[in-house]
Design a protein around this ligand. Structure first.
Ligand code: NDP
Length: 499
């Protein structure tokens, strides 16, 4: 069992207290690199969700009445606690979901950056004033909170993604019920514990762990939940959107990706290789922004392929806590099977496997879910491995004969999260930026590595038009109230009393 985790295990945090779930079933948290059992968390039910949502609803009137700068002071303290516990959180994250320590430190750092950035909004949350069309009449608009927000997150960024949602929801004056992914419940509990320690009043932030079908569903269906903020697979997200549509709830979705990088003949191939290896195999390919298609101009295909294969084969697999590990395990046996099935689909479709394509079980690795970094060549754009999200350490090489063809291939998928282009020609780069249909575009960088103060999200089936990160995230968690103050002392009718 994990010793460093000081939170009471096996309990949810509701109304400012650690409480036993209604039932006695537990989820077990397991290290995907070693099989070590880390601890337990409640396998909660709809009754636990109801308790948490009621607590959040009760806490809302007083939280929304708390001035935003005061709310933000608590969030600044939470950011300080994240800084203080960064290493502990990163080590727990590596143990609970597998990615290497340098990356989990980055995950916690992203939560710190987001918390400081959005806490700063407590003293802004700007609306605007504007002249009225009438004399002696003031007109302005302000952001208003919505009520109880349900936050449903995946396991691949167990610190950053909850922060993208919870912190802006709170600064805007909403209260929150958080359901972390079932592979990372301990991190979810720890995250909430730190925010509670920062001084959030009881009921403002609650956490209920448990499976998506039971806990997530009950949250979405609960009549007192006004907003659902979800990150995860497109399949689950679209199902939630249907439900929210039927129930008239606001829903913000961040879903899958099938991200691509274009490499042109004038690219710096050394830089492109570094960036693509990092984008394809960082987080073991389990990032929504992972680069799973490399669209390479035929003139540099051979040179780039040689470099990529050599580098992929040199990557060291292992426990993410070991300093010499480059790539950790996949999060679960199910995810490993899914990745391997896709590799079989790829070879079945006629793609050529250049390297990888197998589970790695050497020595201690046999205890974890390790998969060799995999590169396919001779991939055609319409193949399933070039169209569907694999969410593992697999990338495809697709040849193109021109910039136009490369952009058409890049855009020819149902997703639209992140894209990149490697070229030294500014005109080419700017044309690509114009024509690429994704929410994020990089030039001379891989597809991963977003910064918190810019909008994050994607087009097409990656999202539903909302953005996280940036100031744009505030639009998810607030609504606009237009205010008119007529101090003329007489009836003035807009649009009618014109002359
Ligand atoms: P899932 O969609 O399976 O799960 C995401 C979250 O939703 C989990 O907390 C899960 O709970 C919950 N959930 C599952 N079913 C339901 C349901 N019926 N009702 C309510 N909640 C439910 O995705 P994964 O966890 O497998 O994450 C991987 C996916 O997330 C990938 O497709 C990836 O692209 C995407 N992703 C997208 C990002 C983006 O910003 N666009 C960022 C990161 C990941 P439980 O864990 O209990 O199953």
């Amino acid at each position: 069992m994990l010793e460093l985790l000081a939170v009471p295990q096996g309990r949810n945090y509701i109304a400012g207290r650690w409480v036993d779930p209604v039932g006695d079933r537990m989820l077990t948290s397991v290290n995907p690199a070693t099989g070590e059992v880390l601890g337990v968390a409640p396998d909660s039910s709809a009754a636990d969700v109801d308790r948490a949502v009621r607590a959040a609803a009760e806490a809302w009137p007083s939280w929304r009445a708390t001035p935003a700068p005061r709310r933000a002071e608590i969030l600044f303290r939470a950011a300080e606690l994240l800084v203080r516990h960064k290493e502990e959180l990163a080590r727990l994250a590596t143990r609970e979901m597998g990615k290497i320590l340098t990356e989990t430190r980055g995950d916690v750092q992203e939560a710190i950056d987001m918390t400081y950035f959005i806490a700063g909004e407590g003293r802004r949350l700007h609306g605007y004033t504007t002249p009225s069309e009438m004399p002696h009449k003031a007109a302005y608009c302000v952001r208003a909170p919505l009520g109880v927000v349900a936050v449903i997150t995946p396991w691949n960024f167990p610190m950053a993604i909850p922060s993208w949602k919870i912190v802006p929801a709170l600064v805007c004056g909403n209260t929150v019920v958080f359901k972390p992914a079932s592979y990372t419940p301990l991190l979810g509990l720890k995250f909430v514990e730190l925010f509670a320690e920062a001084g959030l009043p009881p009921g403002v932030l609650n956490v209920v762990t448990g499976p998506g079908e039971a806990v997530g569903d009950a949250l979405v269906e609960h009549p007192q939940v006004r907003v659902v903020s979800f990150t995860g697979s497109t399949e689950t997200g679209l199902r939630l959107a249907e439900k929210c549509g039927r129930l008239g709830k606001r829903v913000s979705l961040e879903m899958g990706g099938k991200n691509a990088a274009i490499v042109l003949p004038d690219a710096d191939l050394g830089l492109a290789t570094d960036a693509l290896i990092w984008s394809a195999f960082g987080t073991t390919g389990q990032r929504c922004t992972a680069c799973s298609r490399i669209i390479v101009h035929r003139e540099v295909r051979e040179a780039l392929t040689e470099r990529l294969v050599a580098r992929a084969e040199a990557l060291r697999l292992g426990d993410g806590l070991a300093p010499d590990t480059d790539v950790g395990p996949l999060v679960s046996a199910a995810q490993l099977e899914r990745v391997h099935r896709y590799v079989e689909v790829g070879t079945g479709e006629g793609a050529r496997l250049l390297t990888g394509g197998r589970r790695v079980t050497d020595g201690a690795l046999a205890r974890g879910h390790f998969y060799a970094p995999t590169i396919f060549d001779q991939v055609r754009p319409e193949m399933r491995i070039a169209q569907e999200e694999i969410f593992g350490p697999v990338t495809d090489l697709i040849e193109a004969a021109s910039l136009e063809e490369a952009i058409a291939i890049l855009n020819g998928v149902r997703y639209g999260l992140s894209a990149s282009i490697f070229t030294r020609d500014v005109n080419t780069a700017m044309r690509a930026i114009d024509e690429i249909d994704t929410g994020i575009v990089y030039v001379n960088h891989g597809t991963i590595g977003a910064e918190v103060h810019l909008p994050f999200g994607g087009t097409k089936d990656t999202g539903n038009g909302h953005r996280e990160g940036g100031l744009q995230v505030l639009d998810v968690f607030s609504e606009w109230k237009a205010v008119y103050i007529d101090y003329s002392g007489r009836l003035q009718r807009a649009q009618i009393d014109k002359d």
